[in-house]
Design a protein around this ligand. Sequence first.
Ligand SMILES: [Zn+2]
Length: 207
Amino acid sequence: MKKLFKGILDFQSEDFEAHRELFRDLKSSQNPHTLFIGCSDSRVVPTLITKTDPGELFLVRNVANIVPPFHMSDRFVATASAIEFAILSLEVDTIVVCGHSNCGGCYALNQSPETLQHMPNLLKWLEIIREVPDRVTRLMKGDSAAEREWITEEVNILVQMENLLSYPFILERVLAGLLKVLGWYYIIETGEVFNFNDETGHFEIVE
Ligand SMILES: [Zn+2]
């Protein structure tokens, strides 16, 4: 915990000082260009991997970078409300769904529900993507756990990109050419990012 408090002081004396003007400009408004939907995983740091500054990315992070399909709800809907605000109020022109290697949320999909019984909210959350394992099985060429892992992580990204289009205001903007939806697969141990190319149907390395 000490590390966190020392971090605040270091931030103020080093990073904040270096970007004093930027923070002053951001004092009363934000104008991010991108809604970035990523996993809560501690190893995925959106501003680091995109080298962006405060004010550039509007972030949604949850377990397994999931976008619940559009529906009106009387429940508490954190992800959907952040999506509404980013598109309808901040008017971002890009949405990134960023999955990653070694994702615990995706791994859990391939385990029996009993292993998550003690985390009932997480179990419920992952129900949103319960279609993923079947799609993965249809795509697998071999039967190794490693292949299942990375295909699960990639298919999960595609499902969230599809779910985004179930939001009427997103579909409308995408069709009008006002909004772009990107799917990224980030590899933790190499720093590589693979961008989904909807013409080839493959994730291709960004270089
Ligand atoms: Zn993850």
